[in-house]
Every structure is written in structure tokens, then in C-alpha cells.
Design a protein around this ligand. Sequence first.
Ligand code: KPL
Length: 303
Amino acid sequence: MSAIVNILGSGAIGGLCAAGAQQAGVSYRLLPRASSALLQTVVLQNSPSHDSRSVSLQPLADSAPAAFTADDILILPLKVFQLKAAIAYWQPKLTTDTPIILLHNGMGGMELAAEYLPLNPVYLATTSHGAFKTTATTVQHTGVGKTMLGLSPLHSASASLNTHIGQLLHHCIGPVTWRDDILLALWQKLAINCAINPLTAQHNVRNGALSSAVFRPTIEAVVNEVCEVAVACGIELRYSVVLAQVFEVIQLTATNYSSMHQDVAHQRPTEIDAITGYIIAQANKKGIDVTTNTLLYNAIKNA
Ligand code: KPL
């Protein structure tokens, strides 16, 4: 039996993964996050009425998937607060060999996977691809990016499996770069999200608006605090490097609304706890003052 890439949830990044798998001829299933009622498989098609980066999700009539085999892989492109329920639902259907890929903004997934999937090979990924759902069944690819992948430091796997997973993910949401220092990549993305997401949500602006001088002192303070916390946690985040990355992302995604902006605008739960909240929690443990991040955290919590 050949490998099936199983993708959980109906989010935009999951849709992109499915589109990539489909275009590469890789077998895939889009599965519900945590639903006992409908184990609905979804097929994703290029829509003739949209450009090639717009894809439609069409539910199939069928069918509950068979149990996972050791060849199958599971991608969780979910928000951190959705992970626990999803893992609890799917864990009994997996084997302890099923490779798991966590693909989310913010932090916290690695620890959850260590608790609930201690024996599985667990991979951590972060992507700079941009996408959003234009309808319940359509995903718009708004920004071509790249994906970083590495083995969770709390899990183990063979080098050949690492290569295989890298190749499969490359088809889904490539290009993929393997990172032995995946935590550094995750912290860099965390810093970018801390700087962009709450501010754009609070001020109801697109990412590009943050290049205005008005926001510069806040962005600098956020990045400074995040770097201080990172270094205290053993991650060498350099202020000047991260600040440059933040402004590069602001420029590259200038016309996009950040995911937190979209969540606040649609009155959905945000990822603030896994992003800014994570920094505040680590800062509290290390006795570091993170006033600016705390102000932004409170602004989003009260939004
Ligand atoms: O990851 C993002 C998000 O919106 O969550 C950024 C990089 C800020 C792009 O919008």
C-alpha cells in the first residue's frame, strides 16, 4: 500500500497542502479535525473559474477512512488550541509509527504531541505561504512562501524517514528546507507573529500598514522583548536579524490581512495565547519584563 497524506481540518493551509498533493499526484485525504459523526473525505480541485492559485474543496459522498497504516502520514495544519481535541480524536486510529507533522503559528504543539503521541515520529513545520478561505470550499493562495521542517527535539526518527517526510511535505507545501535547528525557525516565526498579528488586529489594518513610522517603536519594543525571552530560553534570536525579517514579511505580505486580524474581524478565537501569550508565560518564568507584548495581549483579549 502506498503512503497517504492525511490532512486534518478545513483551514486554508490544509487546503493548500491538499492542492499541492493533488497537483503532485500524491494520495491524500482531507479529514475533519475531530468529528465522530462525519468522517467526510474531501477532494480538492482546481477551479476553472479562478486563477491557478484558487482551489475548490468538494465533499465526496463517502466514506470513513480505514485505520492508518505505518505508511500514512498525518499533517495537522491546525491552531494550537484545536490540537488537543484533534489528537485525542485521531490518536486511537494511528499506529505509533504514524509520522505526525505539526504546522501551526505560535508554540505549544510540540509539548502536546510529546504528552499524547510520545512514541510517534513528530515533526515541526512552519510556513510563510499565505492563504485564506474565500468560501467554505475555496482557498485562495495569497502569497507564495516556503516551509521549514525539522524533527521535534522531544521525539526521534530515522534519517531515512526524515528525508521521506521532507519529500512528501515538499509536494504539499514546498519548497521545504530541512532544519536541524527547527526551534530557531519556529522562534523566528513566533517573533514575526508577535510583531505583526496583534498590531494589525488591534488597529484593523493590512500587514503593509505596519511599515508606517507610527508603528515602528511598538514593533521594535516587541522584537526586543521577544529576543530577550528567546535568549533566556536558550534560543539565539538576534534583534537586528529579527527586526529585518519582520519588515521583510510586512513588505512581502503588505496587501494581506494577518490571520489574527481575520480571526478578530470574524469574531473567531485567536491564536494570541500561543503567540504573545507564550512569550509572556516564558518571560514570567525567567523574570523578564515584557510590557509591550502584555499591552498587545490585553488589547486582543479585550477586542
Ligand atoms: O503568519 C502570518 C499570519 O498572518 O499569521 C503572517 C506572517 C503575519 C502573515 O500574515
